[in-house]
Design a binder for this molecule. Structure first.
Ligand code: GDP
Ligand code: MG
Length: 555
């Protein structure tokens, strides 16, 4: 495959706008996976991805596609191209599916380094969302061709015209360039790969230049050791050749090389513009440095720009659940960071938990996913300390320290603290200045048939059942100490949409009544009965102030 027949592209979008499903359809369309075989979101291979239904790792896959260019199309290039354009050409396409959550945007920017263009998916009913904007700018700043695709046009509330306007207003995207598709039904999909071939430029590395390849990603395989994903920027790589790392100077023999089609498929050769894998006998994370440039030994090349270092926003201590498991945990973390280079790891110890690690993450979801992967993929059981953001403490003598762990403050207590700094963001919120027509209803909460006006709310009709159920369930928990039966209901007008019942609980009024004074006991029980009656009659329920606070805080 000469570079002209190669296209490298990513699918980027906000969470849930259909990236992984679109990838499925394109894999089927090119016969890379069989239709109906395998599970939906084929590229979401990790257990954590399948359980949570989100992509956390970018995944590369190579597809082959026969494309018959229509000669009716105006062709400004040389006449020979026009002749060739009437025949069917086979193209090699590298697709990278990316995560949508902001916590994993590091994966997106890494993926874009191997691409010349992107499919920017936007959900036809949700329109442009936060990560649509963020990912658009990642691609825009990397100077990539952006193919806008409005997805999910099969949905009843799809409004592609509205989304086209948004794209025009926010990103100056010409509505004529926008593709409409449904990754679910397959509608509009036949136009996607032709657009990739026509609009995205081919990788224009030097086919005859010395080899330069970018180390994109790596993971640890029990049998083969570290497997690296690489993009060949210049030159070509053959099995058996010797290569070296620009970062460490270490040299390796290429023991296996191939493409991901969709699994590891040896080809013995990778050419300029291709994305594939190599096995070199690297043993550890320290060796496989994401963003590193690899080249043939004994050649001097200018290293590629690599990646911006990840910025850690959340730190937590990670300790083996069983103190003696330190080595096992160390091993597990080493293996996992091979596949997630965005985590920072430093050794630390705690009086209570023993020896462990202080890890830096890009966000709380990232931390959660990392811990889950540690357990599921590497069998490590851990205890984590409460997460903290990095602070900077500045002392009288002008020295500053970054505080990732509250415990280190005690050791610097000798010096006088002058200023503390916390991380902050400058955010821009873009909202329309007019309100829009909406289907709103008043949601009432009733206790024993009486509306509690302080809990009434105006909500979207579609959300009313969910909110009603939540409030009712929460109230049940908070009011669980009433002395008579209470019906908690959520209603729209006279229609009840959710109900819980708290059964009566007899308060033990005799608890403080020691000894055997029977008459006193009887008196107390009588009084209790009366009280119950009175309250029932009034029909009001005591809602403790605290319960109100909790309810209003959490809904
Ligand atoms: P990602 O987070 O962008 O990778 O989104 P996924 O591919 O995981 O899809 C999120 C959800 O949207 C899944 O439940 C898909 O089945 C659904 N989905 C994806 N594409 C379409 C589509 O074109 N139409 C409809 N109705 N649903 C879709
Ligand atoms: Mg996905």
């Amino acid at each position: 495959y000469p570079p002209e027949r190669i296209r490298n592209f990513s699918i980027i979008a906000h969470v849930d706008h259909g990236k992984s499903t679109m990838a499925d359809r394109l894999l089927e369309l090119t016969g890379t996976i069989k239709k109906g075989h395998g599970q939906p979101q084929y590229l979401d291979k990790l257990q954590v991805e399948r359980e949570r239904g989100i992509t956390v790792k970018a995944q590369t896959v190579t597809m082959f596609y026969n494309y018959a260019k229509h000669s009716s199309k105006l062709d400004t290039s040389a006449a020979i191209d026009t002749v060739r354009s009437t025949e069917e050409c086979k193209y090699l396409l590298n697709l990278i599916d990316t995560p949508g959550h902001v916590d994993f945007s590091y994966e997106v920017s890494r993926s874009l380094a191997a691409c010349q263009g992107v499919l920017l998916l936007v959900d036809a009913s949700q329109g442009v969302q936060a990560q649509t904007v963020a990912n658009f700018y990642l691609a825009f700043e990397a100077d990539l061709v952006i193919i806008p695709v409005i997805n999910k046009i099969d949905q009843p509330n799809a409004n592609p015209e509205n989304v086209k306007n948004q794209l025009k207003n926010m990103f100056d995207i010409d509505p004529q360039d926008v593709l409409l598709a449904s990754a679910k039904t397959g509608m509009g999909l036949s136009a996607v790969l032709p657009a990739v071939i026509d609009r995205i430029r081919y990788p224009n590395g030097g086919a005859l230049s010395p080899l330069r390849m970018l180390l994109l990603d790596s993971y640890y395989d029990e049998y083969k050791g570290v497997i690296c994903h690489v993009a060949i920027v210049d030159g070509a790589l053959k099995k058996g050749e010797k290569i070296a790392s620009a970062a460490t100077g270490q040299s390796y023999e290429v023991m296996d090389v191939g493409i991901l089609h969709p699994e590891l498929t040896p080809t013995n050769l990778l050419l300029t513009g291709q994305v594939g894998y190599i096995v070199t006998g690297m043993r550890s994370t320290q060796e496989a440095r994401i963003g590193d440039t690899l080249h043939h030994i004994r050649t001097v090349v200018e290293p590629l720009p690599g990646f911006k270092p990840a910025k850690h926003m959340v730190f937590a201590g990670v300790y083996p659940a069983d103190g003696s498991d330190y080595d096992a945990l160390s091993h597990a973390i080493e293996r996992l960071t091979c596949n997630d280079a965005s985590v920072s790891v430093a050794r630390e110890s705690s009086g209570a938990l023993g020896i462990g690690f202080r890890c830096g993450f890009l966000g709380l979801l990232h931390m959660d996913v990392f811990l889950q992967r540690l357990e599921q993929e590497h069998g490590a059981h851990v205890i984590t300390t409460s997460p903290t953001v990095p602070y900077i403490f500045e002392y009288e003598d002008g020295s500053k320290i970054q505080v990732q762990n509250p415990a280190i403050l005690s050791s610097t207590s000798g010096k006088r603290l002058v200023t503390c700094w916390e991380p902050t963001v400058i955010a821009t919120i873009i909202t329309p200045s007019e309100y829009q027509e909406a289907d709103l209803v008043k949601l009432d909460i009733m206790l024993n048939g009486q509306i509690v006006d302080a809990l009434s709310a105006i909500v979207h009709r579609s959300k009313a059942p969910r909110i009603g159920r939540e409030v009712v369930e929460k109230l049940k928990k908070l009011l669980d100490r009433q002395m008579f039966e209470v019906a908690i209901q959520a209603a729209i007008g006279s229609k009840i949409i959710a109900r819980e019942t708290i059964s009566a609980m007899r308060k033990n009024v005799l608890a403080k009544c020691y000894g055997g004074d029977v008459t006193r006991k009887r008196k107390l029980l009588e009084k209790q009965k009366e009280g119950k009656k009175r309250m029932k009659r009034v029909g009001s329920v005591d809602i403790p102030q605290e319960a109100f606070h909790q309810l209003l805080r959490t809904t």
